[in-house]
Design a protein around this ligand. Structure first.
Ligand code: SAM
Length: 261
């Protein structure tokens, strides 16, 4: 049974718990630095399609990719999360406000060129417009299904997945299967970027406890080797979870890898 079908998950509680500080939390700063560093090797607009799998109610991690990708797709299991995304995309008053996070993401991108407050405000405005124009579809998905989009057969140049498979099951067997299904969505020669809870058995959202399968780098290497990824391209960064120790999270990691061509 998927623990996410019961009522314990509330998108607004999740946003309040993890994404409501008025600046990016330290681990998020490192995640964005990692993404910008990953993207440096590519030319602008060099990819067609990106999928963010298990987006939850979040959109901010797509911001760095807007300069590199033509079409973006966002997928999650819960309609309630997808509804939050739709609110933001259509600029509704009751959407989550990502402006402070986007400001900090712009500061990371333009760290040496931040001339004035106006420059920052203008970049934030432009990023929001371009992100809204590039998201082409919002899709319901199920990582535990062999066809995670239940019928749609698309593959992507880049698949991102932030705290998804590691945050929806306590079973390493299910994590492996689900991650394998996710990796099938990457085109040959395409890339995956994943962030995950590391060596962690559970995490809190408000007062509710959710499971994590205690994974680390070794588990990813095994799963990448079974799913036709080039092991030489795997790049891990371990990130301290200090701000989240009280929420049960012991450590974090982000990684990228390229599928064989
Ligand atoms: C911890 S949240 C991560 C959300 C977001 N990516 C982030 O970084 O904050 C885990 C997400 O996995 C989604 N999820 C639960 N079961 C799933 C499934 N079977 N397939 C895909 N996503 C699922 C949940 O709805 C939730 O949005």
């Amino acid at each position: 049974m998927n623990i996410f079908i019961n009522d314990r998950w509330q998108s607004k509680d999740y946003l309040a718990h993890y994404y409501s500080a008025d600046k990016l939390v330290y681990d998020e700063v490192l995640i964005f630095k990692y993404i910008y560093h990953f993207l440096l090797r590519f030319k602008k607009n060099s990819f067609n399609d990106l999928l963010d799998f298990g987006s939850g109610p979040t959109i901010h991690r797509l911001i760095p990719f807007t300069d590199y990708i033509n079409n973006m797709y966002v997928a999650d299991y819960l309609p309630e999360n997808l509804q939050e995304i739709k609110l933001w995309l259509s600029n509704k008053n009751n959407a989550h406000n990502w402006d402070k996070q986007i400001e900090d993401i712009v500061r990371i991108q333009y760290r040496n060129q931040m001339k004035s407050l106006n420059f920052l405000k203008e970049k934030v405005r432009a990023k929001k417009i371009i992100l809204r124009s590039k998201v082409k579809n919002i899709i319901q998905c199920d990582a535990f299904s062999k066809k995670p989009f239940l019928g749609v057969n698309k593959k992507f140049d880049i698949v991102t997945s932030f705290y998804c498979l590691d945050s929806i099951t306590e079973s390493k067997v299910k994590w492996k299967k689900g991650t394998g299904n996710l990796l099938q969505l990457v085109k040959p020669g395409g890339w995956v970027i994943i962030s995950a809870l590391r060596n962690t058995s559970h995490y809190m959202v408000s007062n509710a406890i959710f499971p994590s399968p205690n994974i680390n780098e070794k588990d990813f290497i095994k799963v990448f080797s079974r799913n036709k990824f080039n092991l030489k391209t795997i790049n891990f960064k371990i990130i301290s979870a200090k701000p989240w120790l009280d929420s049960g999270i012991k450590s974090l990691m982000i990684l990228s890898a390229q599928k064989l061509k």
